[in-house]
Design a protein around this ligand. Structure first.
Ligand code: HEC
Ligand code: HEC
Length: 268
């Protein structure tokens, strides 16, 4: 058992004992080739990646709206926590692994192999759960939180002139720039970037575009250094444009239906 735990740590996935037993059972039942696909050692991750069976997720789809981490929490607890555990104590190795992964690649993972939830989970629910997982492991902070508020000011003072206060790429300068400033709400763009890539882009700028390098600069108005820690904060801030803290549309609909039923009941 100890060896298994070590091996799994290499994949930086947080397992709980029931998950292990389940996995062991799965592996016994699966043919050898499929067992290697579960990627139980880090050297297998890339191999596993290229072997993702896309037929299990035939129509790759972006979410129909900003993934909801509120609905995501529910989906996660019901479907994922049994293998991935809760996030009380996040392993730094897991963080550095997740930082290298793009949301798109991870969504593909949530569609295949161990994650064939095709029947029970909708595309949106899977995105909700994945983004909930990412907000916790990668430490994205909610809008309106203390950190979020201090970052509003830093982003507003340094980035909004190009990217716009809502990160839609519509700041005052946007019409003058080609390529135009990135719109952080665009799934197709942001979901193909890992956090590490965003970190490098913010740190060192993007050649031949207006995107400046920020690392080691200083914000004199707010007395803030753009050190490594600050750049990671900016990465998390940029990510916060692409998930929501409201209920998923489906859940909202259910809630409205309940309210409606109640209102009829009352008027009857
Ligand atoms: C039966 C156990 C099991 C369940 C249930 C499960 N997972 Fe996983 N998950 C795994 C294993 C094993 C891995 C590591 C190997 C792999 O990627 O297949 C993993 C890896 C992952 C990864 C990392 C993928 C990558 O390549 O970066 C993500 C993200 C993930 N799971 C999300 C989820 C979500 C979201 C759910 C719930 C909807 C979920 N998992 C449910 C077993 C499970
Ligand atoms: C002078 C205008 C300007 C300012 C100021 C600016 N950016 Fe940018 N930024 C751009 C442009 C233009 C691009 C798109 C470059 C491209 O298309 O390759 C970009 C791209 C990016 C990207 C890459 C997105 C992707 O798709 O990979 C990130 C992340 C980013 N900016 C973050 C920031 C942050 C954070 C700040 C403030 C600290 C900031 N930018 C300030 C112009 C600007």
């Amino acid at each position: 058992m100890d060896i298994k735990v070590l091996e799994i740590n290499k994949v930086r996935i947080n397992f709980k004992a029931p998950g292990l037993i389940l996995l062991a059972m799965l592996m016994v039942m699966m043919p050898v080739s499929a067992a290697s696909r579960t990627g139980l050692s880090s050297s297998l991750i890339t191999e596993w990646e290229s072997e993702v069976d896309r037929s299990e997720c035939p129509d790759f789809l972006y979410p129909s709206h900003n993934p909801s981490i509120i609905t995501g929490k529910k989906v996660y607890q019901n479907n994922c926590a049994k293998c991935h555990g809760s996030f009380t104590d996040v392993d730094p190795q897991l963080v550095s692994y997740m930082r290298k992964r793009t949301p798109e690649k991870q969504f593909e993972a949530v569609c295949g192999g161990n994650h064939n939830f095709k029947v029970r989970l909708t595309i949106d629910e899977r995105w909700d759960a994945l983004m909930y997982m990412r907000t916790h492991i990668l430490g994205y902070y909610p809008k309106g939180s203390d950190v979020g508020a201090s970052m509003d000011s830093l982003f507003g003072g340094n980035c909004a002139i190009c990217h716009g206060t809502r990160g839609q790429g519509d700041g005052n300068l946007h019409k003058m720039l080609y390529p135009p400033p990135a719109n952080f709400n665009m799934f197709k763009r942001l979901y193909t970037r890992s956090d590490e890539k965003l970190f490098n882009e913010i740190s060192y700028g993007i050649p031949w575009t207006a995107m400046p390098a920020w690392k080691d600069r200083h914000d004199f108005d707010r007395h803030q250094d753009f050190d490594e820690e600050m750049v990671w904060k900016l990465v998390r801030y940029v990510r916060s444009f692409a998930y929501s803290q409201e209920l998923d549309r489906l859940d909202k609909g259910r809630q409205r239906l309940e309210e409606y039923k109640k209102s009829i009941g009352e008027s009857n």
